[in-house]
Write a protein of this length. Structure first.
Ligand SMILES: [Fe+2]
Length: 173
């Protein structure tokens, strides 16, 4: 796939997200995750996109934003050993792995107000999806525990400018 075709694929993915949100407004995360999984499975989706990794932390690269519907989709690049905090989401979220293997860990809130307790773990490979509602108590962590750089595609029900301030409720580093 050349650069123009990759841009077309990202535009098509964005169109699919928008259509899914219109068709399934009551469960946006699941509907959008299906769209992301379809496109993320294509290894050339990001051809020609400049999505560098960062030495000290994983990093987001905006792919598309729909201000009218209030969502954005980004590529997250994870070097081996990089991981998110333990967090829940204040808005719906949908994720698909594009490259590499991500490890997703699940947690439940502690009844005594201590740190969340881990309940499970799953490996996510290219094309695999995961999603969650707008619920800070639906807690998880994504990590690249593999040996190669990983890339995941994330859509959130929030404008991109508010990703850093209004997206996550962090429960633990
Ligand atoms: Fe998350």
């Amino acid at each position: 796939m050349n650069v123009i075709a990759a841009r077309t694929a990202i535009a098509a993915m964005a169109h699919g997200i928008s259509a899914a949100l219109r068709a399934t407004p009551r469960d946006p995360a699941a509907a959008v995750a299906q769209v992301l999984g379809h496109y993320a499975a294509d290894p050339t989706l990001l051809s020609g996109q400049h999505c560098p990794c960062r030495a000290d932390t994983y990093i987001r690269h905006l792919l598309h934003e729909d201000a009218e519907q209030g969502w954005a989709v980004a590529a997250l690049v994870w070097r081996p050993g990089q991981m998110s905090p333990v967090h829940g989401h204040r808005v719906w979220c949908a994720v698909a792995v594009h490259q590499g293997i991500m490890t997703e860990s699940f947690y439940v809130p502690d009844v005594a107000d201590g740190p969340p307790r881990q309940t499970g773990v799953a490996l996510r490979r290219p094309g695999d999806i995961t999603h969650g509602p707008a619920c800070p108590d639906a807690i998880h962590r994504l990590a690249n525990l593999g040996t190669e750089t990983a890339v995941s595609i994330h859509a959130y029900g929030l404008p991109y400018a508010r990703f850093c301030s209004n997206l996550n409720t962090v429960h633990a580093a």
